[in-house]
Design a protein around this ligand. Sequence first.
Ligand code: NAD
Length: 232
Amino acid sequence: MTEGPIVILTGAGISAESGLGTFRDADGLWTKYRLEDVATPEGYAKDPALVLDFYNARRENCVGASPNAAHSALARLERARGDVLLVTQNIDDLHERAGCTDVVHMHGEIMAALCARCGNRRPWEGRMCLTDVCPECGMDGRNRPDVVWFGEMPYHLDRIYSAVTNCGLFVAIGTSGSVYPAAGFVSEAAAAGAETLEINLEPSETASRFDRQIYGPATETVPAWVDQLVGG
Ligand code: NAD
């Protein structure tokens, strides 16, 4: 058993085998859309309908996808140990649907809406459109997915930094290490004395900062790693 709490950071790679596209792989979403157009406050101000359509498609894909063996293994790990914090950059809800009960969504959630006028947040299913009326302020035209865009502040950073700098083991799974501040967590954890492990399909941009690396598809590597920690 690893000594001390475990912090796990997941990225798009853990959901890739559930059929949800990653962003930066060769056939990733950024080869089909311009990041500036669909994932920035400026893009939403310029063409909100395009942005809502982009996320309507992401939501539809998410609803149609199922958690895979890697999501299930992390839920098993959470049940077996009381000291695991799961932080995800993913906006999908596959960790929750696999049975994880405490998931920190630092980049928000596709199954939630945010009123860009008054800040009201609420669960959201189905398509989002500009005529949706906010139940809090009564205004339309400002509904958006509750996701963190480039240039916006990620959620829950105080809780995450506190956990990252007080853990015994920091593990990054299926993330390219190209989006900060998440890409910097490994250095923060290591500086505070934690062991660090990267689990990814291939070496990420920050691979050399980790003490150990395991490479291969998440549906194989993650269950095998969890078996090692808590038994099969
Ligand atoms: P990324 O696309 O930059 O990197 C994905 C990483 O996963 C790559 O290093 C790739 O080698 C690895 N990978 C691909 N298939 C894998 C597999 N089967 N098993 C293990 N690893 C695999 O994604 P990121 O690092 O999460 O980028 C951050 C941004 O992408 C975040 O802002 C996040 O919100 C967003 N995003 C989320 C989703 C989602 O919610 N499912 C999907 C796409 C992007």
